[in-house]
Design a protein around this ligand. Structure first.
Ligand code: HEC
Length: 141
């Protein structure tokens, strides 16, 4: 058909008109695709840091940092949890958070934190301990 119209001048008009709906729909398709791609791209960037680690960072810097140091680096008051987590098994680490060691200045957190919040903190400290997470907000790295 293209060949015929290139030979026959009269068909040129219809040839010019004919592709426009296709071109239009192609442009629309690309635009729609691009628009849909924007939120998806943002979501992907945000999920580079897991929700769990992000929440762990938050809880840690509400409840724990004043003794265990900003970014879990430890302090003169309380141990560096990035080292503790290498020694204490998961359940023991969580148990210390839950029940504390009141006689040694570490309170029990079961009144303020539930199991999933303690797990968030565990995961955050683990990321810090393994060196996968730099100091600061996890979502700004
Ligand atoms: C008021 C200060 C204080 C706060 C706040 C605090 N801790 Fe502690 N924590 C301590 C002290 C002191 C120790 C060391 C106790 C000991 O000598 O056995 C400790 C020990 C620990 C240990 C055991 C470490 C080890 O090496 O045996 C864990 C785990 C722990 N804290 C987690 C947390 C978490 C998680 C939070 C926040 C929810 C928190 N702590 C908040 C003072 C604190």
């Amino acid at each position: 058909m293209l060949q015929r119209s290139s030979i026959c001048g009269r068909n040129r008009v219809s040839r010019r008109r004919f592709p426009s709906p296709i071109v239009l729909s192609t442009v629309l398709f690309i635009l729609l695709g691009a628009c849909q791609g924007i939120p998806e791209g943002e979501a992907q960037e945000a999920s580079q840091v897991s929700e769990v680690v992000m929440n762990g960072w938050r809880w840690f810097h509400v409840y724990c940092f004043r003794c265990h140091g900003m970014d879990a680096v430890g302090s003169q008051i309380a141990p560096n949890l990035r080292e503790s987590i290498k020694i204490l098994p998961h359940d023991e680490f969580i148990r210390v958070i839950r029940e504390g060691r009141p006689e040694k200045g570490m309170q029990a957190w079961n009144v303020l934190l539930d199991a999933s919040q303690m797990e968030d903190i565990y995961q955050y400290v683990m990321e810090r301990s393994a060196g996968r997470l730099k100091p600061g907000r996890p979502d700004e790295q």
